[in-house]
Design a protein around this ligand. Structure first.
Ligand SMILES: Nc1ncnc2c1ncn2[C@@H]1O[C@H](COP(=O)(O)OP(=O)(O)O)[C@@H](O)[C@H]1O
Ligand SMILES: [Mg+2]
Length: 220
């Protein structure tokens, strides 16, 4: 088992009105190599769930274990290291660094931790997303689809155990979105990575091996 969520709750403070409960008693088990989609309407808590999984925010209560390790028990420092080694993340917005080339964007997660072969591995990752010839381009010189492919290369360059994706085609036109999704699923297939994808796009979700529907903060 790679991921185990038990009794997960997340609430946010509301100005003057106590707290709003976004996730309520969520349970989920994901096995290695599974492709799981979490679907649900806008505001159902999909991105909140992903933030907790990525260790970008902390749950209110409940347990969240990745590779057998309790994420909420980790210090910020430990979490940073753990995330850098195990978790690849792709967002709807590409979040590329505007002043770094495609290659520099992709090598950054490795350079932060002083990998010796970061350059070679970044080149390899760009090759895997079909952008070897775009190494020296800056984000403003890339199309939306190319930018998301660079973001995918940056996510997989660490060879993550799990890839988290939040509406990865949400900012792309239909045709480009399909191309990027094809690439994403091909990569997941060939590398054997576990995928957890959150989306309101049912076509995208249907490409996963399992779908969970989030409604009013719980799985239906
Ligand atoms: N940091 C936050 N503070 C307060 N409320 C938040 C915060 N993040 C998300 N929410 C609320 O949680 C609910 C779920 O949001 P989100 O997880 O982004 O939904 P989804 O990704 O499914 O569209 C929304 O009502 C949103 O306003
Ligand atoms: Mg969202």
């Amino acid at each position: 088992m790679i991921l185990e969520i038990k009794g997960l709750d997340k609430s946010f403070p509301q100005a003057g009105h106590g707290r709003v409960e976004v996730l309520k008693n969520l349970n989920l088990e994901v096995h290695e190599g599974e492709k799981v989609a979490v679907v649900g309407q806008s505001g159902s808590g999909k991105s909140t769930l992903l933030s907790l999984l990525a260790g970008l925010d902390r749950q209110s209560s409940g347990s969240l274990r990745l590779r057998g390790q309790e994420i909420s028990a980790m210090s910020e420092k430990k979490l940073t290291q753990f995330r850098a080694e195990n978790i690849g993340i792709i967002f709807q917005q590409f979040y590329l660094m505007p002043h770094l080339t495609a290659l520099e964007n992709v090598s950054l997660p490795l350079e932060m931790f002083g990998h010796k072969d970061s350059q070679e591995r970044a080149q390899e990752a760009l090759q895997q997303v079909g952008l070897a010839e775009r190494e020296t381009h800056f984000p403003h010189q890339l199309s939306g689809g190319e930018s998301q492919r660079v973001a995918i290369a940056r996510a997989i360059v660490i060879r993550p155990a799990i890839l988290l994706a939040d509406e990865p085609t949400g900012n792309l036109d239909n045709a480009t979105g399909v191309q990027v999704a094809n690439l994403l699923f091909d990569l997941v297939q060939t590398t054997g990575m576990t995928l957890l994808l959150v989306t309101h796009n049912t076509e995208l979700a249907q490409r996963c091996s399992r779908q969970m529907t989030l409604h009013s903060g719980t799985f239906q």
